[in-house]
Design a protein around this ligand. Structure first.
Ligand code: M6R
Length: 365
């Protein structure tokens, strides 16, 4: 049942190229995203939304954070992102021109479902992004976009996250097309880049040896840091959650520019820092932040883009991901972080697929 892999998590990490391919299938026509078969809202109705709320928990919430950047950049609609367990209690401003996007692998997470119902009560339209056909989210949301990741068994979510990102890109590109906020050539370029992701993810999975080595090292520590800027910050939040969840090592994920406002005090000789530097627009700033932690003795693993010959000069070890559009990098950059969590957990001899205290689907509020 594990297809020759030692754990479901590793199997599911390796299934990502296929899961991404399946989630893209049938949704691109003549080089552009077309969701008109699945989303029943007309162009007029889509144009009426003046804000979007992403609401989800855990890993799906981290996908929502990427969703904010994607939708704001492509469709120029203001987006807020909320953890579902907080959303209802903060008296959010929901109107009939609000689109609430709930993201849930299982489609059964109690907090997410409660948020969905509350949003509908307030008159909002709800788009559900879920991986389970017939789940509560799939049944109750006004509009549904399925992720086609296939069953996810390991408690730690991997292929669900990358396919949630794909669904979000598809939605963002579709919205941008309808709203005419991006030129057709830009949309075509982004769509082409999306289609390359499965192959690029495959390449990335070929040789995990460098990550495995670093995992062996961090398995000895009790504390470490992840840093990144822009989209990389959202990705390190997911990397940090994954590591905590299955290796029981404490870590924090910081927007790298925030370090000097407090956290830098925790950086001491030998502490591992995992630094993402895949975003060109903030690359130089990110390198300065890496130098700040290096100067305090951190042992830094840098994750950058293929062809980046600079990063190696300021970090101790480098891992690269294939180049894609800056907006799409999270789909690739999260994969080494998933593998890092996996190999750290196995190096510590822990129960990777069923970490302590956790359930696959959280059906209590
Ligand atoms: O089924 P859902 O996507 O609604 O689940 C949300 C979270 O419980 C889930 O992503 C959780 O954070 C994962 N175990 C993280 O790996």
């Amino acid at each position: 049942e594990k297809g020759g892999y030692e754990h479901f998590m590793l199997k599911e990490i390796h299934e990502q190229p296929k899961a991404i391919r399946d989630t893209l299938a049938g949704r691109i026509k003549d080089g552009l995203v077309d969701l008109s078969q699945e989303i029943s809202l007309s162009a007029e109705e889509l144009k009426r939304f003046d804000k979007i709320h992403f609401v989800a928990c855990g890993t799906a919430y981290h996908a929502g954070l990427i969703g904010k950047s994607v939708v704001e950049k492509l469709a120029r609609i203001p987006v807020e992102v909320d953890v579902a367990s907080e959303y209802r209690y903060r008296d959010p401003i929901i109107t009939p021109s609000t689109l609430v996007v709930v993201v849930s692998q299982s489609g059964e997470t109690a907090d997410t479902l409660a948020a969905l119902r509350e949003a509908q009560k307030a008159g909002a339209q709800v788009l559900g992004i879920t991986n389970v056909v017939g789940s509560s989210v799939a049944r109750e949301a006004d509009e549904v976009l399925m992720t086609w990741a296939g069953p996810e068994i390991a408690v730690a979510s991997t292929k669900a996250y990358t396919t949630q990102l794909i669904a979000i890109y598809l939605f963002g590109l579709y919205l941008a097309r309808i709203l005419e906020t991006r030129s057709e050539s830009e949309l075509a370029e982004a769509t082409e880049a999306l289609l390359k992701l499965p192959k690029q993810a495959e390449t990335l999975l070929e040789d995990p040896s460098a990550i495995r080595r670093f995992a062996g090292d961090i398995a000895q520590h009790e504390d470490l840091f992840f840093i990144g800027r822009g989209l990389d910050h959202a990705v390190v939040m997911e990397g940090s959650l994954k590591l905590k969840e299955i290796s029981y090592i404490h870590s924090d994920a910081y927007a790298a520019g925030e370090l000097k406002h407090g956290t830098l005090a925790l950086i001491e000789e030998g502490i591992p820092v995992i630094a993402l530097a895949t975003q060109k627009a903030v690359y130089d700033k990110m390198v300065s932040n890496i130098i700040e932690v290096k100067a305090r003795g951190a042992h830094v693993l840098g994750l950058g883009l293929e062809g980046d010959d600079e990063l190696g000069k300021s970090v101790d070890e480098v891992i690269t991901i294939p180049e894609t559009l800056p907006l799409l990098t999270p789909v690739l950059s999260v994969i080494p972080l998933q593998l890092l969590a996996y190999y750290t957990s196995t190096a510590r001899g822990l129960n990777v697929d069923k970490p302590r205290n956790l359930a696959k689907s959280v059906t209590v509020e």
